[in-house]
Every structure is written in structure tokens, then in C-alpha cells.
Design a binder for this molecule. Structure first.
Ligand SMILES: Cc1cc2nc3c(=O)[nH]c(=O)nc-3n(C[C@H](O)[C@H](O)[C@H](O)COP(=O)(O)OP(=O)(O)OC[C@H]3O[C@@H](n4cnc5c(N)ncnc54)[C@H](O)[C@@H]3O)c2cc1C
Length: 385
């Protein structure tokens, strides 16, 4: 068990996918004395460990598509790079559209995806019904499908990066909560934790749904809010085709994908109130089950084997905040608004570029800066689930 060092060149706070990827990519670039702090007993038990594991290219904004392009390639080659497979399953993502306004928005998005080299297919209602069987979609007008998308394993990616970074000399501590950051003359100089204090000039906040707390204490108002989302897993469903895709009923934010021999299903509550409650909302679960059974009648005769609630880390424009803040040495890598697992690999690399080179070069994320909220430069993403 490592002890809290007295100094570190960088302190990364939060041991989910963002913190783990940042630590690894800094270590790869030769950064020394990297320290990552995680307040829980284990790494990856925040949003990352509670996520649905989906990886996709199908977004509406160019920056999200480009982040996915790079990140999914990194996920696929993870085993070659660090010796830990990400357990990718390319089942394909199928968006089923029942409203004209969604059809228009998705048509535009698919066109942009294709311009950027992503081969998403446009489907008729009948084609969606065929691909989504045994779902019941009488009202579907059209859809989009990409066979190269699917699922990966969050724990493998987090622990893969952590173990690889440890081999390169980075220090990781669990059961260590960062309580505050001291600044002097607008420059970070110390992180105070439950295990003592560590001097550093650089802090990267990777606290996911909880990332507003530390910044707010030093006057960096951080527009990231926790929003509960939940899913359940069913008993085995032998009737489910082997190649059943990740199906999303977009209008209802209702989704299904295979999970072992059963099915994982979630539905986003549009009236969910901001807050850090991670307990299962049983009233919402009943509504979700009703909607799920209507879409997939065979679910009426199966039981639930697992359920999970976690927190999205929402920003006002559903895009992350990546980079420096008005306090020198205090950086944010947070606010991924429901799709940060898949973007973790590339975003840790970009954060390393920002810290070492002064700007991210692998993907231009200059639009995802902290100042955009104050300066009215928000960018909206339509394709949120
Ligand atoms: C139900 C659900 C389904 C999702 N499905 C998908 C999906 O299919 N695909 C996808 O790409 N994304 C999905 N997401 C979103 C994704 O999980 C997140 O965007 C991503 O995991 C965020 O990673 P992170 O490292 O920023 O945060 P986290 O994984 O939450 O990590 C933050 C860590 O910081 C620690 N921490 C917080 N405060 C402190 C402190 N003061 N000191 C020390 N440690 C601290 C926490 O304990 C936590 O471990 C889903 C999320 C949820 C909740």
C-alpha cells in the first residue's frame, strides 16, 4: 500500500476512466511523480463502474464524432498497447426513430458521420423492425445503424490503465478523499486530503458527477451536475437472437442490449431532479418496465437479476469541459453528460497533451473549454440517451 507522498508533479483527483486514462497517458509521456487519489475503496466504482458499457460513433456534433473515432480505436487496440483487453463486443447500435423531428436531426447527423468516414447506415421502418426483432416497433418511421459500435468493459479499461501507469511509476491511492485545494496568488500549491497534504502545482479534477465540489471552493464555479440514471438486467432470454443489437427507442430514451444470456435495459427519466442520490428509483423502474414490456413483450415472463443506479455528470450543453480554468494549475476533465466511458481513453490522452504541450493536438477540443459557458459559446448535442 502506497503512502501519500509529500509532493507530486501532478495530482489527479478521481479514479474513474478519466483519471485512470490521464494518469496512464501522462506516464507514457515520461511525466514523473504522478499521484492519483480515489476516495472509495476501489477504483472505477463511480459513474464508470455503473455505466451501460456502450461505445458508439453516432453523435450529432463533429467534436463528439471525432472523439469517438479516436477513442474507439484506442479501446480496440488496448490489449496490444497495455496487455489488457477491453472485451469489445461489436453488436451494433440501432436507433429506432418514431418522431419526424428525430428523423430530420438523425439524417443530418448521419450525413456528417459519413463525411467524417463513419459508415452509419440509414434504415427504413421495415428494416429497423427486422433488425430489432423481437422488439415491437409498429410506429417506427426510420432508423440508423452502425455495425462497428457496441459494448466494452469499463473495469478492464480502468484497471488496465491503472496497472500500466503503475508499471511506469505512477502512484495510486484509494480510501483517500481530496477535501480542498489551497491556492496562493491564483496558483495551485497544495491538495488537502483525508490522509494528509500534498504539495503540487498541478491538479486535474476527474471527479465525474462530484467534480463541482472542489472547484466551487476555490471560486471556479463548475457547471457539472449529478443526474441519476438506472438500468436492470433480466434472467436468461433464450429467445433473444445471438446478434441482437444495442437497440435504442430514441423518443423514450429506452434501450436494450444483450448482457450475458439476458438483457440489460435502461430508460432515462426526463423529470429526474438533479442530485447525487444513487439509490434505485422504484417508481421510475415500474414505468421503465411497462415501457420495456410494451416494446419487447417477451420480457413479461422474465425476472430481474440485477439493477444499478448511477450518476451522469451533466453540463448545460451536454459536452465535457476539458482544460485549464481561471486558477493556474487547476484543470478540469469532466462533464461527459452520459457518454464519458467511451470517450475516456482519448480524453486522458488529450489532457496529457494539454498539460505537456499546452494544447490538445490529437483532437481539437478547444471548443470544450471552461470559458464557453461564461462567453455564450455552448454547443448542443441532439443524440443523448
Ligand atoms: C447508468 C449509466 C449508464 C451510462 N452508460 C454509458 C454508456 O453506455 N457509455 C458511455 O460512454 N458512458 C455511459 N455513462 C457515462 C459514463 O459512465 C461517465 O461519463 C464516465 O464514466 C465518467 O467517468 P469519470 O472518470 O469522469 O467519473 P467517475 O467514474 O464517476 O469517476 C470519478 C471518481 O472520482 C472519485 N471522487 C469524487 N470526488 C472525490 C474526491 N474529493 N477525492 C477523491 N476521489 C473523488 C469518485 O469516487 C469516482 O470514483 C453512463 C453513466 C451512467 C450513470
Amino acid at each position: 500500500m502506497s503512502e501519500l507522498p509529500k509532493t507530486a508533479s501532478v495530482v489527479i483527483i478521481g479514479g474513474g476512466v478519466m483519471g485512470a486514462s490521464t494518469a496512464y497517458h501522462l506516464a507514457c509521456r515520461g511525466y514523473k511523480d504522478i499521484l492519483l487519489l480515489e476516495r472509495e475503496q476501489f477504483f472505477g466504482t463511480g459513474a464508470t463502474g455503473r455505466c451501460a458499457g456502450g461505445i458508439r460513433y453516432q453523435f450529432e456534433t463533429e467534436v463528439n464524432i471525432r472523439l469517438s473515432q479516436k477513442s474507439l480505436a484506442m479501446i480496440e487496440s488496448l490489449e496490444d498497447e497495455i496487455g489488457q483487453a477491453a472485451l469489445v463486443q461489436k453488436c451494433g447500435y440501432l436507433f429506432a426513430l418514431t418522431r419526424e423531428k428525430d428523423v430530420e436531426a438523425f439524417k443530418r447527423a448521419v450525413k456528417l458521420q459519413r463525411t467524417l468516414g463513419i459508415k452509419t447506415e440509414w434504415l427504413t421502418g421495415d428494416e429497423v423492425r427486422r433488425l430489432a426483432a423481437p422488439c415491437n416497433f409498429p410506429d417506427v418511421i426510420a432508423g440508423s445503424f452502425n455495425a462497428e459500435e457496441g459494448l466494452a468493459d469499463p473495469n478492464s479499461i480502468v484497471m488496465g490503465y491503472i496497472n500500466a501507469a503503475k508499471r511506469l511509476g505512477a502512484t495510486f491511492l484509494t480510501n483517500c478523499s481530496a477535501s480542498s485545494i489551497d491556492i496562493d496568488n491564483n496558483q495551485v500549491w497544495r491538495v488537502n486530503t483525508t490522509l494528509g497534504n500534498v504539495e503540487t502545482k498541478t491538479v486535474v479534477n476527474c471527479c465525474g458527477p462530484w467534480s463541482a465540489d472542489l472547484g466551487n471552493k476555490i471560486g471556479v464555479n463548475t457547471p457539472v451536475s449529478p443526474l441519476r440514471r438506472q438500468w436492470l438486467v433480466t434472467e436468461a432470454l433464450p429467445e433473444l437472437p445471438e446478434d441482437f443489437p444495442f437497440v435504442i427507442d430514441f423518443a423514450q430514451s429506452l434501450y436494450f442490449h444483450r448482457e450475458g444470456n439476458g438483457l440489460l435495459s435502461g430508460m432515462s427519466n426526463p423529470n429526474q431532479i438533479i442530485g447525487a442520490d444513487q439509490s434505485i428509483d422504484t417508481d421510475w423502474e415500474l414505468k421503465h418496465i411497462e415501457a420495456a414490456v410494451e416494446r419487447m413483450p417477451l420480457l413479461s415472463s422474465t425476472g430481474i437479476t440485477a439493477r444499478q443506479a448511477g450518476l451522469y455528470e451533466m453540463t448545460p450543453d451536454a459536452h465535457p469541459i476539458i482544460g485549464p480554468t481561471p486558477v493556474t494549475g487547476y484543470y478540469l476533465l469532466t462533464g461527459f453528460s452520459g457518454h464519458g466511458f467511451m470517450q475516456g481513453p482519448i480524453c486522458g490522452k488529450l489532457m496529457a497533451e494539454i498539460l505537456i504541450d499546452g494544447r490538445a493536438t490529437t483532437v481539437d477540443v478547444s471548443k470544450l473549454d471552461y470559458q464557453r459557458f461564461a462567453e455564450g459559446r455552448m454547443i448542443q448535442e441532439y443524440n443523448l440517451v
